[in-house]
Ligand binder design. Structure first.
Ligand code: ZN
Length: 416
């Protein structure tokens, strides 16, 4: 596109019958008709051997970088060139419509033509030594790269282009790209709100363009408060992990209780072996962030890193990669949900019932103050007294004919 120089076209008479001699005659007549001042010019022209070299020159240039067509008359040569030029007018049409008119004096007619499509440019000029002349050219500027389609995944937006690219670059609005090929560009969706990205495209054939694209934020990981209630299932979860209670492991083994721990990475690091025993006892480990911050109070990027940390570390330590996350303090908003998706989690799991850790005698708190029902997700903490709290829950389950089940088995987003 901008790499090639502007193209200039030779002026060519369109009418074959207009030979040199005739042209001169008709030109003189025409000049005489134009205005009184032209008579003076004609008088001069009449006594001097008319010189065709005085006829204005027509040129048409095309700038591929802007798709601009520029039609122009410029004075010919010789003593009469300027005066002849003065009495010549130019009219230019693009695909039949008026582009611009240079009335006299070689004014430039400028117009825009579309990319990737043939456009006919017709120019006419009338004046002394020129007669009435027509030029016609067809221009086909190469196609500019543009977005043909956009495909969203939960975390990315893949743009497909109309023509093969040699490169694509995000110049504003988004931090960077996830993947690039000659036909597509994959952008990472932002964490909080829709971004307006500017992307600079260079086609294989050299055509360039800057396109704007609205990139919607990462999909929010769903928030779950209840699991499936069929089979009178309930789901026992335990949070944190700073305190480790082998009494809990003993109960798990004795009663075959599946428990899901939302484990803090920093807490897990103190004793990975204990958590391997927890898994061996039928436990599942999920994500409770690296260091337990209130996620709505940190940056979206930090929230994503807080979710992502345990996912990579636990998969190494425990050969289990979390798919569920629980935000510390239950502190969650749309950005925290998006950060969870961006990290690779499938859902955020809250709870519908919990043991009142400040006052164990109060027993179980439920979301509606009623009795524990199938489908409820119970929250306990790894803290002193955890084994006795678990025992209370198990006794409640027995009395109400409820069946503790693995959390993943009760969630549509889970793997189980
Ligand atoms: Zn916690």
């Amino acid at each position: 596109m901008a790499t090639e120089p502007e193209t200039e076209f030779q002026a060519q008479p369109a009418s074959p019958r207009m030979n040199r001699k005739k042209s001169r005659k008709s030109t003189s007549k025409r000049v005489a008709r134009i205005s009184a001042s032209a008579v003076v010019a004609c008088a001069c022209i009449g006594v001097v051997v008319a010189d065709r070299a005085a006829a204005p020159r027509f040129s048409l240039s095309f700038s591929p970088s802007t798709n601009t067509v520029r039609a122009q008359l410029s004075p010919g040569f010789g003593p009469f060139a300027q005066i002849v030029f003065h009495f010549t007018s130019l009219v230019v049409h693009i695909d039949g419509g008026a582009m611009a008119q240079g009335a006299n004096h070689g004014e430039t007619a400028v117009g825009q033509i579309p990319s990737g499509k043939s456009t006919v440019i017709q120019a006419s000029a009338a004046g002394p030594f020129l007669g009435l002349r027509h030029w016609q050219r067809t221009l086909t500027p190469p196609e500019q790269p543009k977005i043909e389609s956009s495909t969203l995944s939960t975390t990315t937006d893949t743009l497909r282009f109309n023509i093969p690219l040699s490169s694509a670059r995000v110049i504003a609005g988004l931090p960077g790209i996830a993947a690039e090929s000659t036909e597509t560009l994959t952008l990472r969706r932002p964490l909080s709100k829709t971004a307006l990205a500017q992307v600079y495209l260079v086609a294989k054939d050299g055509e360039r363009s800057t396109v704007s694209v609205k990139v919607p934020p990462v999909e929010a990981a769903p928030i779950v408060y209840f699991g499936a209630s069929s089979g009178r299932r309930i789901y026992i979860t335990m949070d944190d992990g700073w305190y480790r209670d082998s009494g809990v492991l003993a109960l798990m083994k004795q009663y075959h209780v599946p428990i899901t721990t939302f484990l803090i990475e920093d807490a897990a690091a103190q004793d990975p072996q204990f958590w391997r025993q927890f898994i061996a006892a039928g436990g599942t480990i999920e994500d409770h962030t690296v260091s337990h911050p209130a996620l709505t109070k940190v940056s979206p990027k930090t929230a994503e890193q807080q979710w992502a940390g345990p996912m990579s570390v636990f998969s190494k330590w425990f050969q289990q990669t979390p798919t569920l996350g629980r935000p510390p303090y239950g502190d969650v908003n749309r950005t925290v949900q998006s950060a969870a998706t961006a990290a690779g989690l499938h859902a955020i799991v809250m709870w519908s019932a919990s043991m009142d850790s400040s006052n164990a005698t109060k027993g179980l708190w439920t979301w509606n103050g009623g009795a524990l029902k199938p489908g409820e997700i119970i929250l306990l903490h790894w803290q002193p007294g955890a084994a006795s709290e678990l025992r209370q829950i198990l006794s409640l389950c027995r009395n109400n004919n409820l069946v503790p089940a693995p959390l993943l088995s009760g969630l549509p987003t889970g793997d189980g």
